[in-house]
Design a protein around this ligand. Structure first.
Ligand code: NDP
Length: 425
């Protein structure tokens, strides 16, 4: 198909996804436990936005022309072939869209493996692509656990693997892909800093810190889980933060008024509760949450009340390790150079946030921070037009934006002789 034809199919899929928004959102809630208020507004919509963006880009993918005087050359931007997408369980349908949209727009086919805990919505996406006119075999879903991911990664017929998952999984996938020299895109974990300077709008910074820690029960890779607050405003920041966190409604994720749903599994809930216990044992001050809710009707669910820790120090496990749950660690700092050094003192580099009204400081700090995405005076905004991906151990390659086109195509250089061949023998 031409790029324009591929774009038309993808645009039909966008319409179908948007028509089925509420039904797919309900499936996503059933699979993940996230609140319906989020799934209905964000999960399907952000996936559809991504497909729409790459549908528009499909017809613009092109090579270059090189004038060499008597001869010339050109490049063709060609698809890689069969691409594999492997998804995490926190944003199943969004991840399936973020991986398949650029792959298909560039003329590849995709085999997608959702996380075994969230198998449902990738199947609906496959149905939608078929209904939109995608030929059979171009987008395929294979269910299973890590063994299926490994088999796909090792398969010699696969040209590229794009994984969203933990850092350890990223290392395994890269090592397995290396045996057949596959392209890889790795969207991995984080322990991102959110820095609040003393001139910040405190209410905005509190809102951002809550969004950066408790949206989707804290199961978001780019979350700003190390909240550095200038010492001179720490008391007012914590007071306003805790009042608002305690007002959050936790409960049945299908209830539209609920803010915090259930974690993905019993194992994950126990891991999160284990980190809360470690935080207390290591001397951080637990200001609220960190327990299972007392409401008897929630006793059989994997709920954890949003936790805020104050008086954290840089070497505590809750500050160093990705928890992937509703646990915020607040730290204090005294000056800019110190907070930048502490913010960068991590193996991760997915994202960061800076709250200040001083534009020179904002851009100076942004330049010094080691992270793939940085927000000034906001947090966790990921427009499809903007590249998304990690520095350091948080990943390789970029998703979204035109940058993704480079990760799903390869260049063929073609030299064209217009004269005779001059052989020296
Ligand atoms: P995992 O790394 O456990 O799993 C991710 C996917 O990889 C799953 O489909 C899993 O299968 C599969 N998998 C596991 N081992 C292998 C292997 N050796 N070879 C191939 N595939 C494998 O991540 P989670 O699902 O627990 O998701 C949470 C993690 O994802 C967090 O670290 C989070 O930060 C990160 N993440 C990163 C994002 C980003 O864009 N940077 C966005 C969202 C999450 P199965 O689950 O069936 O075992």
């Amino acid at each position: 198909m031409s790029g324009a034809q591929r774009g038309r199919v993808l645009n039909r899929a966008v319409q179908l996804l948007r028509q089925r928004n509420d039904e797919i959102a309900a499936l996503e809630v059933a699979d993940t436990g996230k609140p319906i208020s989020e799934a209905i507004a964000v999960d399907v919509a952000s996936g559809a936005d991504c497909i729409e963006y790459f549908a528009g880009a499909a017809a613009t993918i092109h090579g270059d022309h090189f004038d060499l005087g008597a001869s010339w050359a050109y490049t063709r931007r060609e698809p890689l072939g069969v691409c594999v997408g492997i998804g995490a369980w926190n944003y199943p349908v969004q991840i399936a869209c973020w991986k398949s949209a650029p792959a298909l727009a560039c003329g590849n086919s995709m085999v997608f493996k959702p996380a075994e805990l969230t198998p449902l919505t990738a199947m609906v996406l496959a149905e939608i692509y078929t209904e939109a006119g995608l030929p059979d075999g171009v987008f395929n879903v294979v269910q299973g656990d890590a063994r299926v991911g490994r088999a796909l990664t090792a398969h010699p017929g696969v040209a590229k693997v794009s994984l969203t998952g933990e850092v350890g999984t990223g290392r395994n996938v890269m090592a397995d892909a290396a045996r057949t020299l596959k392209h890889v895109t790795l969207e991995l974990g984080g322990k991102s800093p959110l820095i609040v300077f003393d001139d910040a709008n405190i209410d905005n910074a509190v809102s951002a810190a809550m969004m950066a820690n408790f949206y989707t029960q804290g199961e978001i890779c780019s979350n700003g889980t190390r909240v550095f607050v200038h010492r001179s405003i720490i008391n007012v920041f914590l007071e306003r933060l805790v009042a608002r966190v305690q007002a959050m409604k936790i409960g049945d994720p299908t209830d539209p008024s609920v803010h915090v749903g259930a974690l993905i599994s019993v194992d994950h809930m126990n891991k999160v509760l284990g980190y809360v216990a470690a935080g207390v044992a290591e001397g951080a001050r637990l200001l609220c949450g960190g327990t299972r809710p007392t409401d008897a009707s929630l006793a059989s669910g994997n709920f954890v009340v949003p936790a805020v820790f104050a008086e954290c120090t840089d070497n505590m496990s809750i500050v160093r390790e990705e928890i992937f749950g509703p646990v915020m660690s607040v730290l204090t700092f005294d000056n800019e150079a110190e907070v930048v050094a502490r913010a960068n003192d991590t193996e991760f580099g997915l994202a960061a946030g800076v709250f200040t009204r001083d534009i020179q400081r904002a851009h100076r700090v942004v330049a010094a921070l080691e992270a793939g995405t940085i927000w000034i005076n906001n947090y966790n905004i990921t427009p499809i037009e903007v590249p998304f991906g990690g520095y350091k151990q948080s990943g390789i390659g970029r998703e979204n934006s035109l940058a993704a086109i480079n990760h799903y195509t390869q260049l063929k250089s073609v030299y064209v002789e217009m004269g005779d061949v001059d052989a020296p023998y």
